[in-house]
Write a protein that binds this ligand. Structure first.
Ligand code: ADP
Length: 493
């Protein structure tokens, strides 16, 4: 097995091979691809480049594990214990995993610890506990029949995840999938394969039987697409772009009608009404809502819709708040904004900024690449004023630290602007008026609405989109529905 050093004395060896049927192995083709750290543009590992042949092997292993019941037929208490052990192992290795995540995809290591690792552990815990606490149902039929409604696992679930929260999003999918007895083939993004491989290793250490969790690293159009069209995959749980979401729906239709759950992008509005709470509080939430994780967040508050009477004062405060989020070395614990994930994405974000300028947006702060001398991919926190709804930066997801500011004059206009994109992932409303808050929350088309806060989340609360932000829900007991089907059994007494 190929092993590389993560670049420090204390870092453990990185896992770089596919994890199939309980063990690491190279890709069938023998090919590898370089894993580049966005921190400095350096290659930190060579990763096995899985493709259709490896997907076949992983799906076969997952299928065999499902059919012989080595996992789903274990006593629920035992399955709970294995998943609990996995959460404890992740907790015990949190520093290492946070560091690997930061090195691999550029987020600040302190955020990786405080958010990604904390949420991953909570997610594994929550669904472990659900294993032996969720009951099935008996239908209210007549006195001479017994009709039971039971949840059954789907079979083989492919989890295809992106690079912005690699470990956390993998946990959002595989924790409920495993808790309900499925087998999983996890395909991490090619930009961020490292923590998924380590997670699989820890799962084996926790006692998850071989074949129940497999990880195929590789590229989207090869390994990812092979999962999408595979007749042996019963469901795809996907987080990523709308384009790929559509491809997966086509593949499902063209193959075996596998179930597809999609969590896609967003263009989430922060709606600040004239009677919003104090400006400093709102400004901190607006800045944090777009600059956290370098803006690489599907629910990022990328549009600030602000009542004209509050705009100038709020923009000043947002600019001040953004000063606290200067890009820096992701591995420095003091850093609050890291590097964009890869060169191609840096170019995409800079392209959006160039177009916004050409279309007439005014740069209030930021606007360009910084720390170029490091070789890394850093962009300043950027605020764009004079944005109009027809500009690209007001309609398309930038997935970078770029805030588009659009003023409004009345609340109907605010709702029209908020709902004026095909997306519907999240929105926030800032107001002191209770009735307005409720009415706006109802009027805004989004899977999550925050009132006087932003980015609040908990594993007990579902997350997912309306409209072209996708369908299906991660987290909470509702996520169990994504990985199970209902069986009704009639018994004539
Ligand atoms: P982004 O644009 O944020 O990189 P993508 O949707 O391209 O988002 O990637 C999210 C995940 O989807 C990654 O794991 C990627 O490898 C995978 N992917 C990309 N293209 C395809 C495809 N054609 N079929 C299946 N998965 C894909």
């Amino acid at each position: 097995m190929a092993e590389h050093d993560a670049g420090t004395d204390t870092a453990p060896a990185l896992r770089t091979d596919l994890f199939v049927d309980g063990g690491f192995r190279p890709a069938a083709s023998g090919r590898t691809f370089p894993c580049v750290s966005p921190r400095d543009g350096r290659v930190i590992a060579e990763i096995a480049e899985g493709d259709a042949a490896d997907v076949d092997a992983a799906v076969a292993a997952a299928r065999a594990a499902f059919e012989d019941g080595r996992w789903r037929h274990r006593h629920p208490r035992e399955r709970r214990a294995v998943l609990r052990r996995l959460s404890e192992l992740v907790e015990a290795h949190r520093e290492e995993l946070a560091r690997t995540e930061s090195l691999d995809m550029g987020k600040p290591v302190s955020d990786a610890l405080a958010v990604d690792l904390r949420v991953t552990v909570q997610t594994l815990d929550f669904f472990a506990e659900a294993v032996d606490k969720v009951y099935d149902q008996v239908a209210p039929t007549d006195a001479r029949t017994l009709a039971t409604i039971t949840r059954e696992p789907l079979g083989v679930v492919a989890a295809i995840v992106p690079w912005n929260f690699p470990l956390m999003l993998a946990a959002w999918k595989l924790a409920p999938a495993l808790a309900t007895g499925n087998s999983v083939v996890l395909k991490p993004a090619e930009q961020s394969p490292l923590t998924a491989l380590r997670l699989a290793e820890l799962a084996a250490e926790a006692g998850l039987p071989p074949g129940v969790l497999n990880v195929v690293t590789g590229f989207g159009p090869t390994a990812g697409a092979a999962l999408g069209r595979h007749p042996g995959v019963d469901a795809v749980a996907f987080t990523g772009s709308g384009e790929v979401g559509r491809l997966l729906l086509h593949s499902a239709a063209d193959s075996n009608l596998k179930r597809v759950a999609l969590e896609l992008g967003g263009k989430s509005p922060q709606i600040v009404l004239a009677d919003a709470p104090d400006t400093e509080t709102v400004a901190r939430a607006v800045a944090g809502g777009i600059f956290f994780n370098q803006g690489e967040v599907c629910s990022a508050g990328s549009r600030l819709l602000v009542h004209r009477s509050r705009k100038d004062e709020l923009l000043d405060a947002v600019v001040r708040a953004s000063e606290a989020m200067r890009p820096g070395d992701p591995l420095d614990p003091a850093t609050t904004m890291g590097a964009l994930v890869e060169r191609a994405h840096l170019d995409r974000v800079l392209g959006h900024l160039a177009t916004a300028r050409e279309e007439g947006a005014a740069v209030v702060t930021g606007g360009g690449r910084v720390l170029e001398e490091t070789g890394g991919f850093y962009v300043e926190p950027t605020v764009l004023d004079a944005v109009t709804p027809d500009m690209r930066v007001a309609r398309e997801e930038v997935f970078g630290p770029v805030l588009a500011v659009l003023p409004f004059d009345d609340e109907d206009e605010a709702v029209a602007l908020a709902n004026g994109t095909p997306y519907g992932l999240a929105a926030a409303v800032w107001t002191r008026d209770l009735s307005k808050a409720h009415l706006m929350a109802r009027a805004v088309r989004a899977g999550t609405v925050w009132i006087n806060c932003f980015d609040d989340s908990d594993v007990t609360v579902p997350f997912g989109g309306y409209g072209q932000s996708g369908f299906g829900r991660d987290k909470s007991l509702h996520a169990l529905d994504e990985y199970t089907q209902l069986k009704t059994t009639w018994i004539r007494l």
